[in-house]
Design a protein around this ligand. Structure first.
Ligand code: IPE
Ligand code: IPE
Ligand code: MG
Length: 272
């Protein structure tokens, strides 16, 4: 299989329900390619409730959540999103029962091993933010190998937020800044938004224009607090394992229908 064939196979719409495929394609066709968000961030929520609804253990919900990852990545790539950031495990999630935490870490390693060839063939660059040092050794090593292997890819950057929380990141930023001040690399008067941004884990990434959360919850749960200052928020009751390309396309369409004013008046935005 050559690269073009591999790309079209991976990013082709999922085949099962024809009617649904047509609906997905129709949504996709309505998206204005000139105004696609560069960076979409997703709070993947609802795996546990999905499992409960199916009479399964929570980990089965997490396993089925991998489908949501595939679909969102495929959909984002298909419309030209350059950065997709997925909240996979929060600092607070360490407080879940230890068997769930272990199973999640194990699932992460297995998924990365299983999907890495396909990600690489499709020019996906894997990246991670968060307290990566706190992950179990096997997890961290597998992740680092996958990140190194895909480092040169350019189609889309898939960032996994792992052992991540925005307050952890902001505290880390403050420590880095204080260290730089003590070592005379920066003076307090020179601290501006750019200086802060350069000390966040998202350094070099554009801010997300669109933040999606599944499962009906309408909260941020300590995700990217600085970076989403002006993001458009999109909530859906769909549980993460049921998330499909069509949901991503609908979110982007709704995003494109909104007026982003950044503090200006509507008139200023429409007649600059
Ligand atoms: C999201 O699903 C996955 C993680 C937070 C790791 P949940 O496990 O939070 O699912 P619910 O919220 O209990 O349904
Ligand atoms: C947010 O989901 C964290 C991730 C998606 C990784 P949670 O399920 O942990 O959030 P809360 O506890 O409902 O706010
Ligand atoms: Mg949850």
């Amino acid at each position: 299989m050559d690269e073009a064939q591999a790309l079209s196979a991976f990013f082709a719409p999922s085949p099962p329900v024809l009617e649904n495929a047509a609906h997905t394609e129709a949504l996709k066709a309505r998206i204005d390619p000139a105004r696609v968000p560069q960076h979409v961030a997703i709070i993947m929520d609802g795996n546990g409730r999905w499992a409960e609804q199916h009479g399964e253990a929570r980990i089965i919900g997490h396993m089925n959540g991998v489908q949501g990852v595939r679909e969102s990545l495929r959909g984002a790539s298909a419309i030209g999103v350059k950065w997709l950031t997925l909240y996979a495990f929060s600092t607070e999630n360490w407080n879940r029962p230890s068997d769930e935490v272990e199973a999640l870490m194990d699932l992460l390693v297995r998924t990365v091993v299983q999907e890495i060839d396909e990600l690489h063939e499709n020019s996906v660059r894997l990246h991670a933010i968060g307290d990566i040092d706190s992950l179990p050794d096997a997890c961290r090593e597998t992740l680092q190998q996958a990140i190194a292997r895909t480092a040169g890819n350019t189609r889309i950057t898939l960032t996994l937020a792992l052992s991540y929380s925005a307050r952890w990141e902001l505290v880390r930023m403050a420590r880095l800044m204080a260290r730089d001040a003590i070592d005379e690399r920066i003076i307090p008067e020179a601290i501006d938004e750019k200086a802060v941004g350069e000390r966040l884990t998202t350094k070099g990434m554009p801010d997300p224009e669109l933040l999606i959360r599944t499962s009906g919850e309408q909260r941020i749960s300590n995700f990217l607090l600085w970076q989403i200052a002006y993001a458009e928020l999109w909530f859906t009751p769909v549980l993460w394992p049921d998330f499909r390309e069509e949901h991503l396309f609908q979110a982007v369409l709704d995003y494109q229908g909104r007026e982003r004013r950044f503090g200006l008046t509507s008139k200023q935005v429409t007649h600059p």
